[in-house]
Design a protein around this ligand. Structure first.
Ligand code: CTP
Length: 404
């Protein structure tokens, strides 16, 4: 099944030099199975032609509220859309959308839809960083609009900075994320899943911390996959990555905050996936003030203490039929160490990765794991993207739930 099969997408194109990339976005959305209805602003036609979109999209591109046979094209487009994308979104279109001004077909469609909206800003750095634009983006985010980009890179006039439209493939990936993957097995329908993601930061003083290299990508992939399979997800996270629209996000920083959030939520969840990289040690004392270097060349001694083991605490309080998954980052004796962890922490599944292997684990987009279950089952997943790993982990969760 194609990634966007059966999805109706309005692709809004406003007047930026990056409008030429929207032609590629249109093509890729159609290739991914979406029905694409392009809506161009009048000024976008200064950069690209309507014909390019007519040729590639699923229906002819529209520009005006008034020209076509349909007396109300904005409501037809808005009401039938599963997703509205604006790429590129100029400072002007963002400002109009934030202010609720609907003086052309694109902005009228944005107001006439209840579908999720994804905007991909593109403009010069000064315009992007202007407080007016930043306020507008903050307003739109607060209303639930998804924002992808902009990237930092070379800009049209030879300048370099923030304001570059994100790559077409990223826009398609974001679209898939926002609408959720269609046609996934709904084998977690209504199941309450708690996922943790990212590495914790343990403060030394008000400006310094001890952290680790976890990106949180594996946890977010699990949250997205669980959502696509019908789960109701709570994501306790230390990082800001695009999350499933429906997920409840609990933002934390330290192991102690993560512990509080997990312990408060654990009892209400059917499945817990502890993919966060929780610090094992933290400074015993957090200095109230920034530690000064001083003139004597001395260095401070930071005494560490153990953090609470959140997973073990959740395992000890596990309620019947709950499935708990832990992760293990090993560099040797992978299976033996992971199985020992499973027993010690009283969890159902351990996802073990050999972090010494190339392309595996922290900071990578790929991972390779052995999924070990309490009943002795072992599933090896060779190096692949983190979404595929997430799928395998949740397959194992579904199997464990069926055994209860
Ligand atoms: N974990 C936790 N609380 C901690 C430390 C880890 O909940 N204070 C969780 C992690 O989220 C992960 C699993 O426990 O699911 C990892 O177990 P851990 O014993 O920390 O394994 P490693 O970090 O791999 O460490 P080591 O082998 O050094 O014990």
């Amino acid at each position: 099944m194609l990634r966007l099969e059966g999805t109706r997408i309005v692709l809004g194109v406003s007047a930026g030099i990056a409008a030429y990339k929207a032609i590629e976005v249109c093509r890729r959305l159609v290739d991914a199975g979406a029905h694409v209805a392009p809506v161009l602003t009048e000024d976008a036609l200064r950069f690209v032609t309507k014909l390019s979109f007519d040729a590639l999209a699923s229906e002819p591109a529209l520009v005006s509220l008034w020209d076509g046979p349909d007396p109300s094209p904005h409501t037809r487009l808005g009401q039938s859309a599963d997703l509205v994308i604006v790429a590129p979104a100029t400072a002007r279109v963002l400002a109009k959308y934030a202010a609720g001004i609907s003086d052309d077909l694109l902005t009228a469609t944005l107001l006439a839809t209840r579908a999720p909206v994804l905007v991909c800003p593109a403009m010069h750095t000064e315009m992007w960083e202007h407080p007016a634009t930043q306020d507008n983006i903050a307003t739109l985010r607060r209303r639930g609009v998804h924002v992808e980009g902009p990237d930092v890179g070379p800009l049209a006039s030879g300048d370099f900075g923030a304001g570059r439209l994100v790559a077409p493939e990223r826009i398609v990936d974001a679209a898939v994320r926002v609408v959720g993957i269609r046609g996934s097995a709904q084998d977690l329908d209504g199941v309450l899943v708690l996922v943790t993601a990212g590495g914790t930061r343990e403060a030394i003083d008000p400006v310094r911390f001890i952290g680790n290299r976890s990106s949180g990508k594996q946890g977010y992939a699990i949250a997205h996959e669980a959502t696509a399979r019908g789960a109701v997800v709570t994501l306790v996270t230390t990082v800001d990555l695009p999350a499933p629209i429906a997920a409840k996000i609990v933002r934390v920083e330290s192991a102690a905050e993560m512990q509080r959030a997990c312990e408060a939520a654990a009892g209400a969840h059917d499945v817990i996936v502890m993919s966060a990289a929780v610090a094992d040690f933290r400074p015993k004392q957090i200095a109230d003030q920034k530690i000064k270097k001083g003139d004597d060349g001395g260095v401070p001694l930071v005494e560490l203490e153990r953090t609470p083991d959140i997973l073990a605490a959740l395992g000890a309080k596990k309620r019947s039929r709950q499935v708990i998954v832990g992760f293990a980052a090993e560099t040797q004796d992978l299976v033996a160490n992971a199985m020992a962890k499973l027993m010690k922490k009283q969890v159902d599944v351990i996802v073990a990765n050999d972090v010494s292997a190339p392309g595996v684990g922290f900071e990578h987009d790929t991972n390779a794991v052995s999924i070990l279950a309490g009943d002795g089952t072992r599933t090896d997943v060779a190096l692949t993207d983190k979404r595929t790993i997430a799928r395998a982990v949740l397959d194992e969760v579904v199997r464990m739930r069926s055994l209860h």
